[in-house]
Write a protein that binds this ligand. Structure first.
Ligand code: MN
Length: 325
């Protein structure tokens, strides 16, 4: 893909493979008419198990058709709920399972429980802006509150809205995961392919970006990721310098990535605009948004100062988890 500019510090492994981290999420893998919500079958333990109570008339039914405790003969309350507050399919009235997950294991904002695979599907089958995992001012003084508000509520929301708009022309595409949409953009309908790459990529990249920052971030990694960084770059400081130079060298707008390939080796890469590393098949470990909208309010044109500040909020614990997946 011509817009991907991998800076390969290590020779490429043979071939591109499906991104491993898609496999970590309970994602849909087909393009059938299956709808994620309406066809989802609950497990047996979600089904009502307490049927009509004892102490009823011979047929257990009052003249109104209700049992004495207000249940209909089939064990439902008049509004169609089971006594436990579930609908007959085991869903709560808002379409969630009792633990707050959608039937495919996604949280309401479309994230898997570990928050790292932005499938983005919602109960109504549309993508939704995930909330920030911390307050807008939580990354102060390194990333300012105003930037976070504009970036998340403005820019990220626009990507989500535009992605939904593009896919609405081909609603069956909502059955694919975001990774599936972005992995082979040449298979998308040609009239929406560019919009899906730009806006789906924007949704994917920003969802990842929020997750890889934390008010408790900064410092340096330890464990396996630290060892891999030392092995690849010589030292953590050398890695930081190389990452910074890579981000500074990116002309225009885009992203700088630390990726893990199939052999466990680390690579640096940049992607232009909102392109993602998904087509490469390498797992993102950390990513830096180097669009001016990510830093201009605070750092103006000093991208280097933004990068230095950003390293104070990188969530290395999260990065380590991703590396170990
Ligand atoms: Mn951005």
């Amino acid at each position: 893909m011509k817009d991907l500019l991998p800076l390969l510090l290590i020779p490429l492994a043979a071939g591109f493979r499906r991104n491993d981290f898609a496999a970590a999420a309970p994602v849909s893998n087909n393009m059938t008419d299956h709808h994620m919500m309406s066809d989802a079958m609950p497990s047996d333990d979600m089904m009502p198990h307490t049927m009509p109570p004892t102490g009823m008339a011979p047929n257990g039914v009052t003249p109104t058709g209700m049992t004495p405790n207000g249940m209909t003969p089939n064990g439902m309350t008049p509004n169609g709920m089971t006594p436990t507050g579930m609908t007959p399919t085991g869903m709560t009235p808002n379409g969630m399972t009792p633990n707050g997950m959608t039937p495919n294991g996604m949280t309401p904002n479309g994230m898997t429980p570990n928050g790292m695979t932005p499938n983005g599907m919602t109960p109504n089958g549309r993508y939704q802006l995930p909330p920030l995992p911390y307050d807008y001012d939580a990354l102060e003084p390194y990333i300012d509150e105003e930037t976070m508000r504009v970036h998340h509520d403005g820019h990220h929301r626009k990507y989500v809205d535009e992605l939904n708009k593009a896919l609405s022309k081909y609603p069956r595409l909502f059955n694919l995961t975001l990774e599936e949409l972005l992995r082979n953009p040449n298979r998308l309908p040609s009239d929406i392919a560019e919009d899906v790459v730009n806006n789906g990529g924007g949704h994917y990249n920003h969802t990842f970006f929020w997750q890889i920052m934390s008010p408790e971030g900064g410092g340096r990694p330890d464990g396996n990721l630290s060892a891999a960084i030392n092995r690849t770059f010589g030292s953590f400081d050398s890695f930081k310098n190389t990452f910074k130079e890579t981000a500074l060298d990116l002309f225009g707008s885009g992203w700088t990535w630390l990726l893990k390939d199939d052999s466990g080796n680390l690579r640096l890469a940049t992607t232009r605009n909102q392109n993602t590393p998904i087509p490469l098949g390498f797992r993102p470990i950390i990513a830096l948004d180097v669009w001016e909208h990510a830093y201009y309010l605070k750092h103006q044109n000093d991208r280097g100062a933004y990068i230095d500040d950003w390293f104070n909020v990188v969530d290395w614990d999260q990065a380590e988890e991703l590396y170990n997946m």
